[in-house]
Write a protein that binds this ligand. Structure first.
Ligand code: CP
Length: 357
């Protein structure tokens, strides 16, 4: 905590209080995947998130990024990410531009290179959500190649680093900092709203295994995660004393779990050579319809540990992914704490990358 306060003071005063701490400044760093940040850096961001949460509760001003602008480019809809970033930068003393491709020249084909260079000459961070499969992460990497200001992922087709920071913060609030051996189940669930990206479960298996958790992924065979992400997560588990196992049975996945995170993801990785055409969409839909019974209900929650916590990044498909009875049960459901923590973690990431020392 002292370090987080020191960091805040450093940010306010411009004095580099990291000096002698053997940790380079995070100012100017991109945040495209949590996997590219060290555990010390993630821990620092989480400490600062907690500090910011407490300061907000006390009504304190934290305008460390006065007059700074973050450009937010959303290729898709967003409630939590858009508003945690927008409120977050305001509370840090700066402002955001809420952009979509049609508000910019992107729909007329302007390149990521030109966009990144021009915005870099004007503001202080480029934040972007682009979840198109096989496109999103490449687009963010293109922005980062040419941007001279931090590029912050607001979710892509592979990673959702802002979400998983809030998830980890929420889990630590409920279970303490030492998460070694915590049994967490990330389960696929049926949904009809849209084929949700792979990025939430993928960021979760990558990060949770780094904290020594025993992670189970339950999913039907047609809905795998990306093989190279799974390999990285296995390495993370091995290096950090956690584990990663897979099951194709939702009941089996829930047995004994202390945290359950049932959520839909699309079958993009299950179709080799995915292309965004009607044929692939129809195949994915046919696979989806086979698994309507993958819902988180009271019976399945009964298979988990007695005090199991239910999490969901939201938005949830109520009645499809999860019953109202489960998601609205305050004894187990911590979805609103998880959503609120999006604000505090987003503020910490912006403070560190845009102004931090
Ligand atoms: N969890 C999440 O990213 O929510 P939004 O899509 O509303 O931003």
């Amino acid at each position: 905590m002292r370090e987080a306060i020191a960091l805040q003071q450093a940010t306010c005063t411009g004095i580099d209080l990291r000096k002698g701490k053997n940790m380079p400044s995070l100012k100017g760093r991109h945040f495209i995947t949590e996997q590219e940040w060290t555990k010390d850096e993630i821990d620092l961001a989480l400490e600062l998130s907690t500090e910011l949460k407490e300061r907000k509760k006390r009504g304190e001003i934290t305008d460390w990024l006065k007059n700074q602008t973050v450009f937010m480019i959303f290729f898709e809809q967003s409630t939590r990410t858009r508003n945690s970033m927008g409120c977050g930068i305001t509370q840090l003393g700066g402002n955001s531009h809420d952009l979509t491709p049609d508000k910019m020249q992107l729909t007329h084909g302007e390149t990521a290179k030109d966009t990144a260079i021009v915005l870099s000459r004007m503001g202080h961070a480029i934040a972007c959500r682009n979840c198109f499969y096989n496109v999103g992460n490449k687009y963010l990497r293109d922005l980062a190649e040419y941007s001279t200001i931090p590029v912050l992922s607001l979710q892509d087709d592979i990673y959702h680093p802002m979400q998983v920071m809030a998830d980890l913060m929420t889990i630590q609030e409920k279970f303490g900092k030492n998460l070694k051996g915590l049994k967490v189940t990330i389960s696929w669930a049926y949904a009809e709203s849209h084929a949700k990206p792979l990025s939430v479960p993928q960021s979760q298996i990558l990060l949770f295994t780094r904290y020594g958790m025993d992670v189970t992924v339950a999913a039907p065979p047609e809905f795998p995660l990306m093989p190279d992400i799974v390999e990285q997560a296995k390495d993370n588990a091995e290096e950090n004393g956690g584990s990663l196992r897979f099951s194709d049975n939702m009941d089996d996945g829930f047995k004994g779990a202390q945290v359950v995170i049932p959520k839909n993801w699309g079958g993009f990785a299950g179709l080799s050579e995915w292309v965004d055409d009607d044929n692939h969409k129809l195949r994915m839909k046919a696979n989806l319809l086979k698994h309507k019974d993958w819902i988180c209900d009271a019976r399945r929650m009964g298979l988990a540990a007695k005090d199991v916590k239910y999490m969901h990044a939201l938005p949830a498909d109520r009645g499809k992914e999860v019953t109202d009875e489960v998601i609205d049960d305050d004894k187990h459901s911590i979805i609103y704490d998880e959503a609120e923590n999006r604000l505090h973690t987003a503020k910490a990431i912006m403070a560190l990358t845009m102004g931090g020392r």
